[in-house]
Design a protein around this ligand. Structure first.
Ligand code: DC
Length: 205
């Protein structure tokens, strides 16, 4: 029997860490759907047309190179506005969600558009300042040449674009539980997420 966990929210709110932890705890597969848009964004930086890039996307591309750069994040947010790009990525995400072993998908529109029937939905947020600081530490630890001001501006620009687009804008599903991680440690945020999901999961015989 499939069980889908939808985890949405803005950039650097802690979705990735929480999703990985939840997947490991329950033995579910995990898909970071941002990587799909990032892979398409990378193709456009290489000169490819976005819709063609989305239609030709392969699972292998998600593993190749570093998709988590600031430049690719912006390119991803831009291609994600295009309805045909989003449409090309739907089937892959839905097939992943409905696997028998259970799945966690994190992104912006999982609870609203990709998996409106998901058994558990979380919307993970944190203030823009807290998220920018986390992303700044992450990028500078990798050696990326960024400043705090740049990262905060980047986070705000992506938030606005992701929330204001007309197709599948980032927003909490009506039945999503909000989890604000601004004042939580990673362990606290993960523990709260696990508790919320366990409440929705049927006991295994
Ligand atoms: O989660 P992320 O930062 O890796 O996502 C990169 C961009 O991809 C994000 O700014 C918007 C887009 N995205 C989306 O539109 N829908 C998703 N389900 C996931 C990401």
């Amino acid at each position: 029997m499939s069980f889908t966990v939808a985890i949405d929210g803005p950039a650097a709110a802690g979705k990735g860490t929480i999703s990985k932890g939840v997947a490991a705890h329950f033995g579910f597969a995990h898909l970071d759907t941002g990587l799909l848009y990032r892979a398409v964004g990378r193709r456009t930086l290489e000169g490819m047309e976005p819709i063609a890039a989305a239609e030709a996307l392969t699972a292998e591309e998600l593993q190749q190179g570093d998709l988590r750069t600031a430049e690719i994040a912006q390119a991803a947010s831009k291609v994600a506005v295009i309805p045909e790009v989003r449409a090309a990525l739907v089937d892959f995400q839905r097939a992943f969600a409905r696997r028998d072993s259970g799945a966690v998908l994190d992104g912006r529109d999982i609870g609203t558009v990709i998996c409106p029937e998901a058994e558990a939905k979380l919307f993970v947020t944190a203030s823009a300042e807290v998220r920018a600081e986390r992303r700044y530490l992450e990028l500078s630890a990798k050696g990326d040449d960024v400043t705090r001001e740049q990262v905060l501006a980047d986070v705000r620009e992506r938030d606005a674009r992701d929330a204001e687009r007309s197709t599948a804008p980032m927003k909490p599903a009506e039945d999503a539980v909000l989890l604000d991680t601004s004042d939580l440690s990673v362990e606290e945020a993960l523990a709260q997420a696990i508790t919320l999901i366990a409440e929705r999961k049927p006991a295994t015989p």
